[in-house]
Design a binder for this molecule. Structure first.
Ligand SMILES: *Cc1c(COP(=O)(O)O)cnc(C)c1O
Length: 378
């Protein structure tokens, strides 16, 4: 790092060795007409909700010279009320997206000499949380249908002694879900913390059928939720956990002071007060993704049964070329998941129609007919 004229590069910096060669999280953010790549809700807030948001921000602005409520107590009270199950604010922790909330868990319970265990294929951020907190990361495979077998989970826990297991349910990127009964068996069979990441819970057929129901019996269970997906508030950056108050206390130790801004807290509370409207499009999005799964299967693709607002499809001989072909037609989806598969999320009916047309064109251009391929294999 001697002063000189050449611009500094990462290689000149004393980066932690485990970060050398790493790239920042990079789902491409491209300005294309149809964006179906990060599982957002495609419907922006209505004019009515926007004006309430503006009023709340103006109100918060009156005291922006002061730090916000460090405990975000009013927001946590509203979140507890939204979740139901008799939860109170002391059982809820909020942060800038559930990514940050789960990182708080790793900061509090992980670290050198400790292990976090998850089940592949799953959310691509989990290894990053572990890397950034110097926690050992172990991923064991899910069942062939991407579900979880409690006995296999218990065996993996006995083998790797994790301090915590991370289960995305419904799982990203497969969209598959395991029933709460299976999660209950897992909680009974292991002695570590169990984090159930329910980022897509509101999209499932019975959203009230949640791991939240297991909290009273399992103090080591932590349920993570987000306002980024069904709640149509990805830009607001709000996620949260429901857990034993002692777990919340652990998060309070590691969080940065005043981590949740006054405007974030105000915006989230307006969103929660308008839950019926913001969640109102969930039924439509659920229908869109069901229809899309049927359509993709009709085209001959394998599509794991998804209960989220996205699905995987494949196998493709050249998934990247298909991804690029779609992008050339203004449709952005995601290259993620098992080799040969792509992930697409539910958009508006128009966006879905554009996706279907574009995919048909790309497949035709590439001379690839998954139906013929399937017949060939029989
Ligand atoms: C989107 C997502 C999250 C939440 O992200 P935030 O925007 O940080 O709340 C958490 N877990 C999974 C599996 C996700 O797909």
């Amino acid at each position: 790092m001697t002063p000189g004229s050449a611009p500094l590069t990462l290689a000149d910096l004393p980066l932690r060795p485990e970060l050398v060669g790493e790239l920042p999280y990079g789902a491409p953010q491209l300005d294309v007409p149809v964006r179906l790549n990060v599982n957002e809700n495609p419907y922006p807030p209505s004019a009515r909700v926007r004006s309430q948001l503006a009023d709340a921000v103006a109100e918060a602005a009156k005291t922006l010279n002061r730090y916000p409520d460090r405990e975000a107590w009013a927001l946590r009270t509203d979140l507890a009320h939204y979740l139901g199950y008799g939860l109170g604010a002391e059982q809820v922790w909020a942060a800038n997206g559930s990514n940050e909330a789960i990182v708080h868990l790793l900061q509090a319970f992980g670290g050198p000499g400790r292990t976090v265990l998850t089940f592949d294929p799953t959310y691509s951020m989990y290894p990053e949380y572990a890397r950034d907190t110097r926690t050992t990361f172990v991923a064991v495979p899910r069942c062939r249908d991407f579900t979880l077998d409690p006995q296999a989970v218990a065996a993996a826990v006995a083998r790797h002694h994790p301090v915590m297991i991370l289960i995305a349910n419904p799982n990203n990127p497969t969209g598959t879900r395991v029933p709460v009964g299976v999660l209950a068996e897992i909680c009974r069979a292991v002695d570590c913390l169990v984090v159930v990441d329910e980022a897509y819970q509101e999209f499932t057929e019975y959203p009230e059928d949640s791991a939240l129901a297991l909290l009273p019996e399992h103090p080591g269970l932590i349920v993570a939720r987000t306002m980024s997906k069904a709640f149509a508030l990805a830009g607001g950056r709000v996620g949260y956990l429901a857990a034993d108050p002692a777990v919340v206390d652990a998060c309070r130790i590691v969080r940065l002071p005043y981590h949740l801004s006054a405007t974030t807290q105000a915006v989230a509370r307006v969103a929660l007060a308008n839950a019926p409207e913001l969640l109102g499009k969930v039924v439509l999005l659920r229908a869109q993704i069901h229809q899309l799964q049927r359509w993709l299967r009709g085209r001959g693709f394998t599509v794991p049964h998804s209960e989220a607002n996205f699905c995987l499809f494949g196998p493709l001989p050249d998934a990247h070329a298909v991804w690029q072909g779609l992008l050339d037609r203004g449709v952005l989806i995601r290259e993620v998941g098992p080799a040969g598969y792509l992930r697409v999320c539910a958009g508006t009916p128009d966006e879905m129609a554009t996706f279907r047309e574009a995919l048909d064109e790309v497949l035709e251009q590439q001379g690839w007919d998954p139906q013929a391929e399937q017949r060939g294999q029989q």
